[in-house]
Design a protein around this ligand. Structure first.
Ligand code: ZN
Length: 383
């Protein structure tokens, strides 16, 4: 099989996937994406375990029975950030070498790529594909709360983790990500008429304002710490002292130490009130640890770079502030690389696109990387 000759077929498959709305909260939609994918895996001998979810789509664990202990873990997600109806509003389309549509690059093109890479390996009679285990999760875009323990359990004792987030615009793969956290600050005050008896009120909005200023002082962009209250809610009427105010906080950090320190400082800020008589309830935590460019990850990157060079592709790496499931496997000490999906940009927006020429290119790269890693693994086992 020649991967390049499959482009049309792959795009038709991608079109079907993009035209299924599969927002993280769209259980039926995510399951429908799974239903499209499963037969492709089964056809090349994989066995699929569905991990049922109550509110979200099922996670899929995909293993080849010929290999009891696969050494390579591939993680990709089936959910998108888009509401139901988006696919109808702006379905899959192609213009000037780029494909558009909800989730086209984040990460439906990657799902197609994984399947065709494994198919390719089987067709060239490489057993490397059997050495792969795939996890397709349904909640990556909302922090992988229920899939995290599955990823961590399955990653245990794997030699490599390949995370299928898209390659960056310039084709770079990702070797470093900041860690991230989400917190909610709920302030309870006491309502009172601000004209008649303001002294009886305790303003939750005023209290939250103090907290926002203190939290934003934790910013240290130079060292990779960002703290942002991005949404506030609260108040009932303009002439009422507010009884309730809520702030939603996003936190990014570059190191594990920063994650601990910042979390501690947030707790400290919220431990006491500035406006007497108000109460603060802090929930949330640091969800994803940072993905660090450690020796193990760097070594894996160099393998990918070398395989790329053999295919005539120069592979560069980059860091990004966004989180992904790479953080989990990397924090476990599993050599991890991210951004192995096709090339594109503008993820999470209506301008999201896939660079079509990269679809087959990166699929072949992925296949060859798998082949090389399986060889590396055999070498290790023999020595
Ligand atoms: Zn993604």
């Amino acid at each position: 099989m020649n991967v390049q000759s499959k482009e049309k077929e792959m795009l038709a498959f991608l079109e079907r996937l993009v035209n299924i709305d599969s927002g993280s909260n769209n259980k039926a939609g995510v399951n429908e994406v799974g239903k499209e994918l499963i037969p492709y895996f089964e056809k090349i001998g994989y066995e699929i375990t569905k991990v049922k979810q109550d509110e979200a789509g099922d996670h899929l664990i995909i293993k080849h029975p010929a290999q009891k202990k696969a050494s390579i873990l591939i993680v990709a997600h089936m959910d998108t950030v888009f509401e139901e109806g988006t696919a109808k509003e702006r379905p899959f389309s192609i213009r000037e070498g780029r494909a558009y549509g909800p989730g086209v690059i984040d990460m439906k093109a990657s799902l197609v790529s994984v399947i065709y890479a494994l198919r390719y390996l089987k067709e060239i009679n490489s057993n490397a594909y059997q050495d792969v285990q795939v996890i397709l999760n349904s909640d990556e875009e909302v922090g992988s709360l229920t899939s995290r323990p599955i990823i961590e359990k399955e990653a245990y004792e794997k030699s490599y983790a390949l995370i299928m987030e898209p390659a960056r615009r310039d084709g770079s793969v990702v070797t470093e990500r900041r860690g991230s956290g989400r917190f909610t600050i709920e302030v309870h005050g006491k309502a009172a008429h601000s004209g008649i008896e303001p002294e009886k009120g305790r303003s939750a909005i005023e209290e939250l304002a103090h907290k926002i200023l203190k939290l934003h002082e934790l910013n240290d962009h130079e060292h990779g710490i960002s703290v942002n209250v991005g949404i506030i809610e609260g108040g009932d009427a303009v002439n009422t002292v507010s009884a309730m105010a809520i702030g939603h906080l996003d936190v990014r950090v570059a190191t594990l130490k920063q994650a601990e320190e910042v979390e501690h400082k947030i707790e400290e800020v919220c431990a006491s009130s500035d406006v007497t008589g108000t109460e603060i309830e802090l929930t949330g935590d640091m969800r994803r640890p940072p993905m660090l460019k450690n020796k193990k990850n760097e070594k894996l990157f160099h393998i990918v770079k070398k395989v790329g060079a053999e295919l005539g592709i120069e592979i560069k790496d980059t860091k990004t502030g966004g989180g992904s499931d790479a953080s989990f496997t990397s924090a476990m000490g599993i050599p991890t690389i991210d951004g192995l999906g096709p090339i594109g940009g503008n993820a999470h927006s209506d301008k999201e696109y896939l660079e079509i020429s990269s679809l087959t290119e990166r699929t072949l790269l992925l296949a060859k990387v798998i082949e090389r890693l399986a060889e590396e693994n055999n070498k290790v086992q023999q020595t």
